[in-house]
Design a binder for this molecule. Structure first.
Ligand SMILES: NC(=O)c1ccc[n+]([C@@H]2O[C@H](COP(=O)([O-])OP(=O)(O)OC[C@H]3O[C@@H](n4cnc5c(N)ncnc54)[C@H](OP(=O)(O)O)[C@@H]3O)[C@@H](O)[C@H]2O)c1
Length: 328
Protein backbone atom coordinates (compact mmCIF):
# COMPACT_ATOMS: atom_id res chain seq x y z
CA UNK A 1 0.00 0.00 0.00
CA UNK A 2 1.06 3.64 -0.48
CA UNK A 3 1.77 5.50 2.74
CA UNK A 4 3.54 8.56 4.05
CA UNK A 5 6.21 7.94 6.67
CA UNK A 6 7.98 10.30 9.01
CA UNK A 7 11.62 9.33 8.56
CA UNK A 8 13.42 12.06 10.55
CA UNK A 9 12.61 15.06 12.75
CA UNK A 10 13.73 17.85 10.43
CA UNK A 11 10.33 19.46 9.81
CA UNK A 12 7.60 18.99 7.16
CA UNK A 13 9.84 19.55 4.10
CA UNK A 14 12.43 16.92 4.98
CA UNK A 15 10.73 14.48 7.34
CA UNK A 16 8.07 12.99 5.03
CA UNK A 17 8.58 10.21 2.49
CA UNK A 18 6.06 8.48 0.20
CA UNK A 19 6.71 4.73 0.57
CA UNK A 20 5.28 1.34 -0.33
CA UNK A 21 4.50 -0.80 2.74
CA UNK A 22 2.80 -4.12 3.51
CA UNK A 23 -0.83 -3.85 4.64
CA UNK A 24 -1.18 -3.66 8.45
CA UNK A 25 -2.52 -6.55 10.55
CA UNK A 26 -5.96 -6.04 12.18
CA UNK A 27 -4.44 -5.27 15.58
CA UNK A 28 -4.14 -1.83 17.14
CA UNK A 29 -1.63 -0.78 19.81
CA UNK A 30 -4.50 0.49 22.01
CA UNK A 31 -6.35 -2.85 21.63
CA UNK A 32 -3.61 -5.44 20.88
CA UNK A 33 -4.89 -8.43 18.92
CA UNK A 34 -7.99 -6.54 17.85
CA UNK A 35 -8.73 -3.69 15.47
CA UNK A 36 -10.86 -2.52 12.56
CA UNK A 37 -9.09 -2.55 9.18
CA UNK A 38 -10.12 0.48 7.16
CA UNK A 39 -9.67 1.19 3.45
CA UNK A 40 -8.73 4.84 3.81
CA UNK A 41 -10.24 7.32 1.34
CA UNK A 42 -9.46 10.55 3.18
CA UNK A 43 -7.14 11.30 6.10
CA UNK A 44 -7.21 14.23 8.49
CA UNK A 45 -4.29 16.63 8.95
CA UNK A 46 -3.78 18.16 12.36
CA UNK A 47 -1.22 19.76 14.67
CA UNK A 48 0.17 16.54 16.18
CA UNK A 49 1.47 15.47 12.74
CA UNK A 50 3.12 18.85 12.26
CA UNK A 51 4.77 18.56 15.67
CA UNK A 52 5.78 14.94 14.96
CA UNK A 53 7.79 16.05 11.91
CA UNK A 54 9.87 18.09 14.35
CA UNK A 55 10.01 15.57 17.19
CA UNK A 56 8.00 18.02 19.32
CA UNK A 57 4.91 15.91 20.06
CA UNK A 58 4.54 14.15 23.42
CA UNK A 59 4.04 10.73 21.80
CA UNK A 60 7.29 9.75 20.06
CA UNK A 61 7.04 6.43 18.16
CA UNK A 62 10.36 5.03 16.92
CA UNK A 63 11.30 6.24 13.40
CA UNK A 64 10.21 5.59 10.74
CA UNK A 65 6.45 5.53 11.32
CA UNK A 66 3.23 6.34 9.45
CA UNK A 67 1.52 9.37 11.05
CA UNK A 68 -2.16 10.26 10.69
CA UNK A 69 -4.71 10.02 13.47
CA UNK A 70 -7.95 10.33 11.49
CA UNK A 71 -9.45 8.46 8.58
CA UNK A 72 -12.65 8.36 6.57
CA UNK A 73 -13.10 5.11 4.67
CA UNK A 74 -14.66 1.68 4.35
CA UNK A 75 -14.39 -1.27 6.75
CA UNK A 76 -12.32 -4.15 5.31
CA UNK A 77 -12.70 -6.28 8.44
CA UNK A 78 -13.97 -5.82 12.00
CA UNK A 79 -13.33 -7.85 15.18
CA UNK A 80 -15.70 -10.70 16.13
CA UNK A 81 -18.78 -9.47 17.95
CA UNK A 82 -18.42 -5.92 16.62
CA UNK A 83 -21.47 -4.01 15.43
CA UNK A 84 -19.34 -2.96 12.43
CA UNK A 85 -19.09 -5.07 9.31
CA UNK A 86 -17.23 -5.21 6.02
CA UNK A 87 -18.36 -2.47 3.67
CA UNK A 88 -19.53 0.00 6.36
CA UNK A 89 -18.52 3.60 5.69
CA UNK A 90 -16.77 4.86 8.81
CA UNK A 91 -15.01 7.72 10.57
CA UNK A 92 -12.07 6.32 12.53
CA UNK A 93 -9.55 7.65 15.02
CA UNK A 94 -6.43 5.54 14.54
CA UNK A 95 -3.91 7.76 16.39
CA UNK A 96 -1.13 6.72 13.96
CA UNK A 97 -1.10 5.06 10.54
CA UNK A 98 -3.91 7.07 8.92
CA UNK A 99 -1.77 8.53 6.13
CA UNK A 100 -1.89 5.26 4.23
CA UNK A 101 -4.23 3.35 1.90
CA UNK A 102 -5.10 0.96 4.74
CA UNK A 103 -5.20 1.82 8.44
CA UNK A 104 -6.24 0.08 11.64
CA UNK A 105 -8.30 1.66 14.43
CA UNK A 106 -9.68 0.41 17.77
CA UNK A 107 -13.30 -0.68 17.47
CA UNK A 108 -14.45 1.87 20.07
CA UNK A 109 -12.86 4.69 18.03
CA UNK A 110 -14.62 3.69 14.79
CA UNK A 111 -18.04 5.16 14.03
CA UNK A 112 -20.47 4.49 11.20
CA UNK A 113 -20.53 7.47 8.88
CA UNK A 114 -24.08 8.69 8.16
CA UNK A 115 -24.95 9.03 4.46
CA UNK A 116 -25.06 12.82 4.79
CA UNK A 117 -21.27 12.93 5.32
CA UNK A 118 -18.58 12.12 2.74
CA UNK A 119 -15.19 10.53 3.44
CA UNK A 120 -13.44 13.89 3.87
CA UNK A 121 -16.01 14.87 6.50
CA UNK A 122 -15.46 11.46 8.09
CA UNK A 123 -11.75 12.24 8.35
CA UNK A 124 -12.69 15.52 10.04
CA UNK A 125 -15.12 14.09 12.55
CA UNK A 126 -13.63 12.25 15.49
CA UNK A 127 -10.67 14.31 16.71
CA UNK A 128 -12.27 17.74 16.41
CA UNK A 129 -15.93 17.02 17.15
CA UNK A 130 -15.27 14.67 20.03
CA UNK A 131 -12.82 17.23 21.44
CA UNK A 132 -15.40 19.98 21.01
CA UNK A 133 -18.10 18.01 22.83
CA UNK A 134 -15.67 16.90 25.54
CA UNK A 135 -14.34 20.44 26.06
CA UNK A 136 -17.64 22.33 25.88
CA UNK A 137 -20.06 19.96 27.56
CA UNK A 138 -18.13 17.52 29.74
CA UNK A 139 -15.30 19.79 30.90
CA UNK A 140 -16.85 23.25 30.43
CA UNK A 141 -20.39 22.26 31.56
CA UNK A 142 -21.90 24.36 28.78
CA UNK A 143 -25.64 24.78 29.29
CA UNK A 144 -28.46 25.78 26.98
CA UNK A 145 -28.83 29.54 26.68
CA UNK A 146 -25.21 30.31 27.62
CA UNK A 147 -22.82 32.28 25.42
CA UNK A 148 -19.49 30.86 24.22
CA UNK A 149 -16.47 32.65 22.81
CA UNK A 150 -14.56 30.41 20.36
CA UNK A 151 -10.97 31.34 19.40
CA UNK A 152 -9.28 30.03 16.23
CA UNK A 153 -12.85 29.79 14.98
CA UNK A 154 -12.05 29.09 11.32
CA UNK A 155 -9.78 26.15 12.17
CA UNK A 156 -10.60 22.48 12.67
CA UNK A 157 -11.35 22.62 16.41
CA UNK A 158 -12.89 26.09 16.05
CA UNK A 159 -15.45 25.22 13.35
CA UNK A 160 -16.35 22.01 15.20
CA UNK A 161 -16.81 23.91 18.47
CA UNK A 162 -19.09 26.49 16.86
CA UNK A 163 -21.36 23.73 15.57
CA UNK A 164 -21.35 21.66 18.77
CA UNK A 165 -22.02 24.75 20.92
CA UNK A 166 -24.98 25.61 18.73
CA UNK A 167 -26.19 22.03 19.02
CA UNK A 168 -26.06 22.37 22.80
CA UNK A 169 -28.31 25.41 22.59
CA UNK A 170 -25.63 28.06 23.19
CA UNK A 171 -25.01 31.38 21.43
CA UNK A 172 -21.58 31.69 19.83
CA UNK A 173 -19.09 34.49 19.31
CA UNK A 174 -16.11 33.64 17.09
CA UNK A 175 -12.75 35.38 16.87
CA UNK A 176 -10.75 35.23 13.62
CA UNK A 177 -7.74 37.01 12.14
CA UNK A 178 -8.88 37.66 8.54
CA UNK A 179 -11.91 38.36 6.35
CA UNK A 180 -11.45 34.98 4.65
CA UNK A 181 -11.63 33.25 8.04
CA UNK A 182 -14.63 35.36 9.00
CA UNK A 183 -16.58 33.78 6.11
CA UNK A 184 -15.59 30.30 7.33
CA UNK A 185 -16.73 31.02 10.89
CA UNK A 186 -20.04 32.35 9.55
CA UNK A 187 -20.45 29.24 7.43
CA UNK A 188 -19.83 27.16 10.57
CA UNK A 189 -22.80 28.95 12.11
CA UNK A 190 -21.24 31.58 14.39
CA UNK A 191 -23.86 34.02 15.71
CA UNK A 192 -21.27 36.83 15.80
CA UNK A 193 -17.75 37.10 14.42
CA UNK A 194 -15.21 39.49 15.96
CA UNK A 195 -11.99 40.38 14.14
CA UNK A 196 -8.85 40.09 16.24
CA UNK A 197 -7.66 43.65 16.63
CA UNK A 198 -7.21 46.08 19.51
CA UNK A 199 -10.46 46.22 21.42
CA UNK A 200 -11.77 42.74 20.49
CA UNK A 201 -12.41 42.00 24.16
CA UNK A 202 -14.64 45.08 24.57
CA UNK A 203 -16.61 44.04 21.51
CA UNK A 204 -17.13 40.54 22.97
CA UNK A 205 -18.26 41.94 26.32
CA UNK A 206 -20.70 44.28 24.57
CA UNK A 207 -22.16 41.62 22.25
CA UNK A 208 -22.60 39.20 25.16
CA UNK A 209 -24.23 41.82 27.37
CA UNK A 210 -21.53 41.84 30.06
CA UNK A 211 -19.31 38.85 29.34
CA UNK A 212 -19.45 35.28 28.06
CA UNK A 213 -20.13 32.15 30.12
CA UNK A 214 -17.43 30.13 28.46
CA UNK A 215 -14.27 30.64 26.39
CA UNK A 216 -13.08 27.73 24.22
CA UNK A 217 -9.39 28.36 23.62
CA UNK A 218 -7.28 26.29 21.19
CA UNK A 219 -4.85 29.21 20.71
CA UNK A 220 -3.46 30.43 24.07
CA UNK A 221 -0.63 32.97 23.71
CA UNK A 222 -1.08 36.63 24.42
CA UNK A 223 -4.88 36.75 24.05
CA UNK A 224 -5.33 34.71 27.23
CA UNK A 225 -5.58 37.63 29.63
CA UNK A 226 -8.25 39.36 27.55
CA UNK A 227 -10.06 36.03 27.31
CA UNK A 228 -10.27 35.92 31.10
CA UNK A 229 -11.47 39.51 31.11
CA UNK A 230 -14.22 38.50 28.64
CA UNK A 231 -15.80 36.14 31.17
CA UNK A 232 -18.82 37.08 33.23
CA UNK A 233 -19.26 35.97 36.83
CA UNK A 234 -18.87 32.20 37.23
CA UNK A 235 -17.51 31.99 33.68
CA UNK A 236 -15.17 29.19 32.59
CA UNK A 237 -12.20 29.26 30.24
CA UNK A 238 -11.46 25.86 28.71
CA UNK A 239 -7.84 25.35 27.59
CA UNK A 240 -7.65 23.16 24.47
CA UNK A 241 -4.38 24.02 22.72
CA UNK A 242 -1.58 26.50 22.05
CA UNK A 243 -1.44 27.23 18.33
CA UNK A 244 -0.44 30.80 19.25
CA UNK A 245 2.93 29.39 20.33
CA UNK A 246 3.28 30.38 23.96
CA UNK A 247 1.69 28.79 27.00
CA UNK A 248 -0.04 31.49 29.03
CA UNK A 249 0.26 31.89 32.79
CA UNK A 250 -2.49 33.17 35.03
CA UNK A 251 -2.33 35.20 38.26
CA UNK A 252 -4.97 33.37 40.21
CA UNK A 253 -6.31 36.48 41.94
CA UNK A 254 -8.04 37.19 38.62
CA UNK A 255 -10.07 34.01 39.09
CA UNK A 256 -11.08 35.01 42.60
CA UNK A 257 -12.20 38.50 41.61
CA UNK A 258 -15.06 37.34 39.36
CA UNK A 259 -15.43 33.75 40.59
CA UNK A 260 -14.16 32.28 37.33
CA UNK A 261 -12.41 29.02 36.43
CA UNK A 262 -9.66 27.88 34.07
CA UNK A 263 -10.28 24.27 33.02
CA UNK A 264 -8.03 21.91 31.05
CA UNK A 265 -9.54 19.71 28.32
CA UNK A 266 -7.21 17.00 27.02
CA UNK A 267 -9.44 14.67 25.03
CA UNK A 268 -7.14 11.95 23.62
CA UNK A 269 -5.31 10.66 26.69
CA UNK A 270 -8.47 10.87 28.81
CA UNK A 271 -10.82 8.91 26.55
CA UNK A 272 -8.30 6.39 25.22
CA UNK A 273 -8.97 3.81 27.94
CA UNK A 274 -12.71 4.56 28.23
CA UNK A 275 -14.60 2.76 25.43
CA UNK A 276 -18.01 3.56 26.93
CA UNK A 277 -17.25 7.27 27.09
CA UNK A 278 -16.16 7.19 23.42
CA UNK A 279 -19.42 5.59 22.43
CA UNK A 280 -21.35 8.12 24.53
CA UNK A 281 -19.59 11.05 22.87
CA UNK A 282 -20.01 9.37 19.47
CA UNK A 283 -23.74 9.06 20.10
CA UNK A 284 -24.02 12.71 21.17
CA UNK A 285 -22.16 13.89 18.05
CA UNK A 286 -24.33 11.48 15.99
CA UNK A 287 -27.49 13.17 17.30
CA UNK A 288 -26.11 16.54 16.21
CA UNK A 289 -25.39 15.11 12.73
CA UNK A 290 -28.96 13.78 12.56
CA UNK A 291 -30.24 17.20 13.60
CA UNK A 292 -28.38 18.74 10.63
CA UNK A 293 -26.13 20.83 12.92
CA UNK A 294 -22.81 18.98 12.67
CA UNK A 295 -21.42 19.24 9.13
CA UNK A 296 -17.59 19.27 9.11
CA UNK A 297 -16.31 22.13 6.94
CA UNK A 298 -13.55 20.90 4.69
CA UNK A 299 -10.85 23.43 3.89
CA UNK A 300 -7.75 22.76 1.82
CA UNK A 301 -7.49 19.26 0.25
CA UNK A 302 -4.26 17.67 -0.97
CA UNK A 303 -3.32 14.33 -2.51
CA UNK A 304 -1.41 12.00 -0.18
CA UNK A 305 1.94 12.80 -1.78
CA UNK A 306 1.50 16.52 -0.95
CA UNK A 307 1.26 15.93 2.80
CA UNK A 308 4.07 18.43 3.43
CA UNK A 309 2.02 21.18 1.75
CA UNK A 310 -0.93 20.23 3.95
CA UNK A 311 1.20 20.65 7.08
CA UNK A 312 2.37 24.06 5.86
CA UNK A 313 -1.22 25.33 5.78
CA UNK A 314 -1.47 24.64 9.53
CA UNK A 315 2.00 25.91 10.30
CA UNK A 316 1.43 29.15 8.39
CA UNK A 317 -1.98 29.85 9.93
CA UNK A 318 -3.74 29.37 6.58
CA UNK A 319 -6.17 26.54 7.40
CA UNK A 320 -9.78 27.32 6.42
CA UNK A 321 -11.84 24.59 8.07
CA UNK A 322 -10.40 21.07 8.26
CA UNK A 323 -7.36 20.24 6.13
CA UNK A 324 -7.51 16.73 4.59
CA UNK A 325 -5.50 14.37 2.39
CA UNK A 326 -7.27 12.54 -0.42
CA UNK A 327 -5.66 9.13 -0.15
CA UNK A 328 -7.23 7.37 -3.17
N1 LIG B 1 -6.97 19.30 23.93
C1 LIG B 1 -7.29 18.40 23.03
O1 LIG B 1 -7.78 17.33 23.36
C2 LIG B 1 -7.08 18.73 21.58
C3 LIG B 1 -7.71 17.98 20.57
C4 LIG B 1 -7.57 18.38 19.25
C5 LIG B 1 -6.75 19.47 18.94
N2 LIG B 1 -6.11 20.13 19.94
C6 LIG B 1 -5.27 21.30 19.67
O2 LIG B 1 -6.08 22.38 19.26
C7 LIG B 1 -5.30 23.29 18.49
C8 LIG B 1 -6.05 23.71 17.26
O3 LIG B 1 -6.09 22.65 16.32
P1 LIG B 1 -6.81 22.86 14.92
O4 LIG B 1 -6.79 21.54 14.25
O5 LIG B 1 -8.09 23.58 15.10
O6 LIG B 1 -5.80 23.85 14.16
P2 LIG B 1 -6.11 24.84 12.93
O7 LIG B 1 -7.19 24.28 12.09
O8 LIG B 1 -4.82 25.16 12.27
O9 LIG B 1 -6.65 26.15 13.66
C9 LIG B 1 -5.88 26.81 14.59
C10 LIG B 1 -6.25 28.29 14.68
O10 LIG B 1 -5.34 28.88 15.61
C11 LIG B 1 -5.18 30.26 15.29
N3 LIG B 1 -3.77 30.66 15.41
C12 LIG B 1 -3.33 31.71 16.15
N4 LIG B 1 -2.01 31.82 16.06
C13 LIG B 1 -1.58 30.84 15.26
C14 LIG B 1 -0.30 30.46 14.77
N5 LIG B 1 0.81 31.11 15.13
N6 LIG B 1 -0.20 29.41 13.94
C15 LIG B 1 -1.31 28.71 13.60
N7 LIG B 1 -2.57 29.02 14.03
C16 LIG B 1 -2.70 30.09 14.84
C17 LIG B 1 -5.67 30.45 13.87
O11 LIG B 1 -6.84 31.25 13.94
P3 LIG B 1 -6.76 32.85 13.72
O12 LIG B 1 -5.79 33.10 12.63
O13 LIG B 1 -8.16 33.20 13.34
O14 LIG B 1 -6.34 33.38 15.05
C18 LIG B 1 -6.04 29.06 13.38
O15 LIG B 1 -7.23 29.05 12.62
C19 LIG B 1 -3.96 22.58 18.26
O16 LIG B 1 -3.03 23.07 19.19
C20 LIG B 1 -4.27 21.13 18.54
O17 LIG B 1 -3.12 20.40 18.91
C21 LIG B 1 -6.27 19.79 21.23
Amino acid sequence: MRAIQIVNEEGPDKALELVDLPEPEPSHMMTPGSGVLVEVHAAGVSFPELLQTRGEYQMKPPLPFVPGSEAGGIVISAPEGSALEEGDRVAAFCMLGGWAETAVAPEHFTFVLPPELDFEQGAALVLNYHTAYFALRLRGRLAEGETVLVHGAAGGVGTASLQVARGLGAKTIATVSSEEKKKVAEEAGADHVVMLADGWKDEVVEISGGGVNLVLDPVGGDRFLDSLRSLREEGRLVVVGFTGGSIPEVRVNRLLLKNTEVIGAGWGAYVMSKPELNREIGAAVGRLIDAGIVRPLIGQRYPLEQAAEALHTLDERRALGKVVLDVR
